[in-house]
Design a protein around this ligand. Structure first.
Ligand code: ZN
Length: 168
């Protein structure tokens, strides 16, 4: 794919918008899990993504961004690289699982920006993609610190003696 500035910005906007939605979903999952601390972290990450999206939109100002169909994005018709199946926000998801998913998602976003930074022909696109890489690197590092504080739960964490779909 040829990453002109508008095409790159369209990707960044889509990626960050999806990421914000997903972080808010994970924050809700952590709230039902009564982990306000991790919920607050995810709300902050959602805000970063929204700010990032707004920043990309500001750069595009005056230029119409291409309206890509879902399958026209570089990452194909699946969700963006910074997103993961919302179904994974299992109602029993522990902070460890949520943070693991968040790290993986940020890493996919980072890899996407790094790839554009390496391959785009327009030096302005490369420079911007590299700036985004630096930002995502901070996000990955912050999430990994949190993950270290929330090690993997004991086996059996997802054995629920009273699943929600069970007819009483
Ligand atoms: Zn990020």
């Amino acid at each position: 794919m040829v990453f002109s500035m508008p095409v790159f910005l369209a990707h960044a906007v889509a990626l960050e918008a999806e990421s914000a939605v997903t972080y808010r979903t994970l924050a809700d999952a952590m709230e039902t899990h009564n982990n306000q601390e991790v919920a607050a972290l995810f709300r902050r990450m959602a805000d970063f993504s929204s700010e990032h999206e707004a920043e990309a939109l500001r750069r595009a100002e005056g230029n119409d961004l291409p309206r890509l169909k879902s399958w026209e994005y570089a990452w194909g018709k699946d969700d963006g690289p910074e997103s993961w199946a919302i179904a994974e926000a299992h109602y029993l998801m522990t902070p460890h699982h949520a943070l693991t998913a968040a790290v993986a998602a940020e890493q996919r976003g980072l890899d996407f920006y790094a790839d554009v930074g390496r391959t785009a022909e327009d030096p302005a696109v490369c420079a911007l993609a590299e700036a985004y890489v630096a930002e995502e690197t901070l996000h990955v590092a912050a999430l990994k610190e949190w993950l270290a504080k929330h090690p993997s739960p004991k086996a059996g964490w997802n054995d629920d003696p009273d699943p929600p779909n069970c007819v009483e």
